[in-house]
Design a protein around this ligand. Structure first.
Ligand code: AGP
Length: 594
């Protein structure tokens, strides 16, 4: 996720920019850069990789500058594609967040006028447009340029031998930090919170000028306007959590946005990967932990939707299994892209002659270098150790892959594929409805406090969701819990059922619903408290102690919604038990050792 910081004042701009960009690191990025304006020109230092590798000390420091961390969209992560960008003369430099939809046309035009480009990005056109239309005043010129842009942008621009920063915002956040004899601008508050807690949020269409002693803002009608001064009450750490008490809760709430981002541009098929070119007689999904549960959901989806035989395997088991005659198309799933077992499994699959695809959330991660193709989930950075939005977006990818394969094998009708895609488009809205009912789920979580053991049961597509619900609870609330296919309890675990072993029973009205009611009846007769999660049904209501309903969707799409309930159930249980929710004991965000 891209980040912006700008500074003009009396202090060392380089240090302020680097510290600010550091505050945004948790959001994830693949390259970083700064531009400092001096009397003799603009000094730019930018590089692919981490901020600490930037060697910013190689350029002189001044009292005015702009900085950027980039999360690649147009053009791969590289030194050339990193921000800031300068114009042909080197007298102007810009940083940009967002996407300029009409950049191709603008770029062609600029090239015809003799401008030379150094990157593949959409952003670079902005510095050249400023050069092309420069009228002696940077902020005035920026007002002209933003009128030419279609898309989303947060822009900061500076020019040599000037103390002015010109900025503009449209659908991409930008906040101005107010100081004494100095002013700041940033994409996100944490970047400037070390220096000031008085800010002005720009609105869409605003253009502003920052000097060390003044901030002037014009709205989209070019009228000089005042924006309210807001006093930020958060600490740095709070701010990075966006006001939520824990990253996990923030990330649970970010899911509608994350799902939307992962679907963006893909509802008509993947543009980045042509699944049609692979032999998909048989598919193998490989992963660990929560990603394995996404793989299990994927197995059901690929079998149900595309009618292709599919297995889901744990990476730590696969890598030591015996090779067979078969060379299935192998999909590795890892949110971090750094899990040692999954990377080793990717290498092993390749060694065995399989074509490989990685589904990951992190650009440039190790797994992307081990596979033939990559699909990114675009969930945004996930800080909480417990995977939430990354799981949800992995499952979204499983739907998209299953639909794509179903069309390829012609076992899925085009009209049905369209219905499925329409249903996926509606999922963020349904998740929002559930999040708005968090208080009900919080109330039910009381029932899990003090339990000896907790079972999570489900069938078919919701069996992996039961596994995931149990893992989440173990991980953050430190309560022993186990996920089971509902039909399996009677083959052993029944012996453990007492009134101190609550059972979370996922019950949606699919082809297994009647059987599920039977299973719940059996559990109820052993006195275990039952928390049902699923569809509204009078019989189910009678059998269970609590029923948390999910918005009504075709049952094929129920796993995502049910899982949001289980995430919140785990969260609130852990919260009440005062556990270290974001950093559970003994666990790490990415397991880079075997
Ligand atoms: C999830 O909550 C866990 N932290 C863990 O099981 C995780 O899913 C597993 O380590 C796999 O990680 P990956 O997706 O980054 O490969």
């Amino acid at each position: 996720m891209c980040g912006i910081v700008g500074y003009t004042g009396k202090n060392n701009a380089r240090e302020i920019l680097l510290k600010g960009l550091g505050r945004l690191e948790y959001r994830g990025y693949d390259s970083a850069g700064v531009a400092l304006a001096g009397e003799s020109g603009i000094y730019i230092q930018k590089k692919k990789g981490r901020l600490k590798e930037l060697d910013a000390k190689e350029i002189p420091s001044t009292n005015i500058g702009i900085g950027h961390t980039r999360w690649a969209t147009h053009g791969k992560p590289s030194n050339e594609n990193s921000h800031p960008f300068s114009d042909c003369t080197g007298d102007i430099a810009i940083v940009h967040n967002g996407i300029i939809d009409n950049f191709i046309h603008l770029k062609e035009d600029l090239i015809n006028k003799g401008h030379e480009f150094t990157s593949e990005t959409d952003s670079e056109i902005i510095s050249h447009l400023l050069e092309e239309h420069f009228n002696g005043d940077l902020v005035d010129t920026l007002k002209i340029v933003v009128k030419m842009l279609k898309g989303s942008f947060a822009i900061c621009a500076l020019q040599k031998d000037s103390k002015n920063i010109a900025v503009a915002r449209n659908q991409s956040p930008l906040v101005i930090g107010l100081g004494v004899g100095e002013n700041f601008v940033a994409s996100d508050v944490p970047a400037i919170l070390d220096y000031t807690n008085e800010v002005k949020y720009l609105e869409d269409g605003d253009v502003a000028l920052l000097t060390p002693n003044e901030v002037r803002i014009w709205d989209s009608q070019d009228a000089l306007v005042e924006r309210d001064v807001v006093e930020i009450q958060w600490t740095i750490e709070d701010a990075e959590k966006g006001g939520y008490e824990h990253y996990m809760l923030k990330e649970i709430h970010e899911q509608p946005k994350a799902i939307h981002a992962s679907l963006l541009g893909r509802l008509g098929g993947f543009t980045e990967v042509d699944l049609g070119k692979y032999d998909t007689e048989f598919i193998r999904l490989i992963s660990c932990g929560t990603s394995y549960h996404a793989a299990l959901v994927g197995k059901y989806l690929i079998e149900d939707i595309a009618r292709i035989p599919c297995t889901a395997e744990l990476a730590s088991e696969y890598r030591y299994s015996s090779p067979s005659e078969l060379h299935p198309f192998t999909i590795l799933i890892s949110q971090s892209g750094e899990t040692a077992d999954t990377i080793a499994a990717a290498k092993e699959a390749k060694r065995r002659g399989c074509k490989t695809l990685a589904v990951t959330n992190v650009m440039n991660s190790s797994i992307t270098r081990e596979v033939d193709e990559v699909i990114f989930t675009h969930a945004g950075p996930e800080i909480g150790v417990a995977a939430t939005k990354t799981f949800t977006t992995q499952v979204i990818m499983m739907y998209l892959i299953a639909i794509e394969l179903g069309l390829k094998t012609k076992r899925l009708l085009r009209e049905t594929a369209q219905e499925y895609r329409d249903e996926l488009r509606r999922i963020p809205r349904h998740v929002r409805v559930l999040l708005d009912r968090s208080e009900d789920i919080e109330r039910v979580s009381e029932k899990l406090i003090g339990a000896d053991d907790i079972f999570f049961v489900g069938r078919h597509l919701n069996y992996p969701v039961a596994l995931e619900g149990a893992l989440k609870l173990k991980e953050i609330a430190y309560i022993h819990s186990a996920g089971y296919p509902a039909g399996e309890l009677k083959h052993g675990p029944f012996a453990l059922l007492t009134n101190r072993t609550p059972v979370v029973a996922i019950s949606v009205k699919d082809h297994t619903f009647e059987k599920m009611l039977g299973n719940i009846g059996e559990i109820a007769s052993r006195d275990s408290p039952i928390i049902a999660v699923g569809d509204h049904d009078p019989e189910l209501e009678k059998l269970s102690d609590d029923l948390i309903t999910v918005p009504s969707v075709p049952t094929l799409f129920s796993p995502i919604l049910v899982n949001v309930v289980l995430q919140l159930l785990a969260y609130y249980t852990a919260y009440k038990l005062e556990c270290a929710i974001d950093k559970p004991r003994n666990l790490a965000k990415s397991v880079t050792v075997e």
